[in-house]
Design a binder for this molecule. Structure first.
Ligand SMILES: [Zn+2]
Ligand SMILES: [Zn+2]
Length: 186
């Protein structure tokens, strides 16, 4: 008899999300045996951020996000479209990010970043090294993007740890590969 605790359950490879390349690492998707309320299957992974406010589904799998079933059947929008529309991002990209891409856990309203006319990739919580390496221009940009006062940022960054409060989020431009950061707090 195989030992159930150590038996590795076979699961399909995760769908590819162009704008959220490693959702397991960022914590947006986690291993779980829960049944997806959209497709009715337990496929080994579920979506982590709360979607209770976005639709009538509490548990959803990454495949129903990737193929748009969650958005089509339940009207779920997983990412706020306002920052993307404000930055003039093309409608097909806005639809891909907001309806077919895992969002992220944050304290306030999520704010997906853009660069070079495209939505950025989401890379999860910034590391302290990411933020400590910012030069004066980078700190000014972070202040503008996060709302934290520029002269408070060095102290905030010195005390920062990923997943804490305040939180900083890392995005990377798909075209110029520049890292962009924003942040929020409880
Ligand atoms: Zn599903
Ligand atoms: Zn760029």
């Amino acid at each position: 008899m195989p030992n159930k605790d150590t038996e590795q359950r076979r699961v399909d490879p995760l769908p590819v999300f162009r704008y959220h390349p490693d959702p397991l690492r960022t914590g947006a998707i986690a291993r779980s045996d829960a049944v997806c309320e959209c497709c009715g299957e337990a496929r080994g992974y579920t979506y982590v951020p709360s979607i209770a406010g976005a639709c009538d589904v509490a548990v959803a799998c990454p495949w129903c996000i990737a193929d748009g079933k969650l958005a089509a059947d339940f009207g779920a929008q997983l990412v706020d479209d306002h920052p993307l529309l404000r930055d003039g991002i093309a409608a097909d990209i806005v639809a891909e990010v907001t309806l077919r891409t895992p969002g992220y856990v944050c304290w306030q309203q999520d704010s997906w970043m853009t660069c070079c006319g495209d939505a950025c990739e989401f890379h999860g919580d910034a590391t302290q090294a990411d933020l400590a390496s910012l030069d004066a221009a980078g700190l000014a940009q972070l202040s503008a993007d996060s709302g934290f006062p520029w002269d408070d940022l060095p102290d905030i960054i010195a005390e920062y740890s990923p997943g804490g409060n305040p939180a900083f989020y890392k995005f990377v431009c798909r075209r110029c590969r520049r890292a962009r950061f924003n942040g929020d707090c409880d």
